[in-house]
Design a protein around this ligand. Sequence first.
Ligand code: DGL
Length: 257
Amino acid sequence: MKAGIFDSGVGGLTVLKSILEAKMFDEIIYYGDTARVPYGVKDKETIIKFSLQALEFFASHQIDILIVACNTVSAYALEEMQKSSPVPVVGVIEPGVWALKNKITHKDASILVIGTKATIASLQYQDKLRVNGYTSVQGLATGLFVPIIEEDIKDTKVLKATMKYYFSHISIPPEAIILGCTHFPLITSSIDEYFNHQSILIHSGEAITDYLYRHHQICMNAILGETKLKLYASSSPSSLELIANKWLNSPQSFIAD
Ligand code: DGL
């Protein structure tokens, strides 16, 4: 089985990593729109336009399923993509909410959703959680984490100061935090430490593998060897390759284009 993974840039590599580890696909085509990232500060129309253009990219690759790793795209363009795509298109919001439901059963649990400005403004996570009965949901745009992670200064005072800036009004650690942005799994330990290891952190990349199995019958450990991986970027493929080498941290061989 061949999957496509689409992201606004390099962040979706965190989702790719989880999917590779789950050994679900014979082949994966990753496409990051690195020329036009970030999407998280753009308006709905632009996000939809760029996402539909990504479908055109995947058209020649004969994929069986498209996974949208980007939370911002999942929040604004998923429906439009599903309408225009000949193959199933799965986003990360539904799996994230589903994973939370599996971990947190009492509906008055305090839940914090963090993501880009656009993802939080879309209210997609917050509304889906409320529809599922959760009564204490707070959304918080924490977009500065994205460049901090990409600049690889996440082990510095800069990240600590930024967490303080965003979280200082939260006096009691939330029971769960949804990491509603591709990049945030890379600062899991820092966020966990900030909240004194009191919060359950939900990572959409991990959530999606389970979701693909339960909702699309795509099994984990379905392949024996390595997934054949191809990385594409709309600009600077060599930078994507460099980051992939660092973030994937696996012997996986791939070709960047
Ligand atoms: N991939 C985006 C997301 O998960 C973060 C980067 C961007 O703003 O494009 O929302």
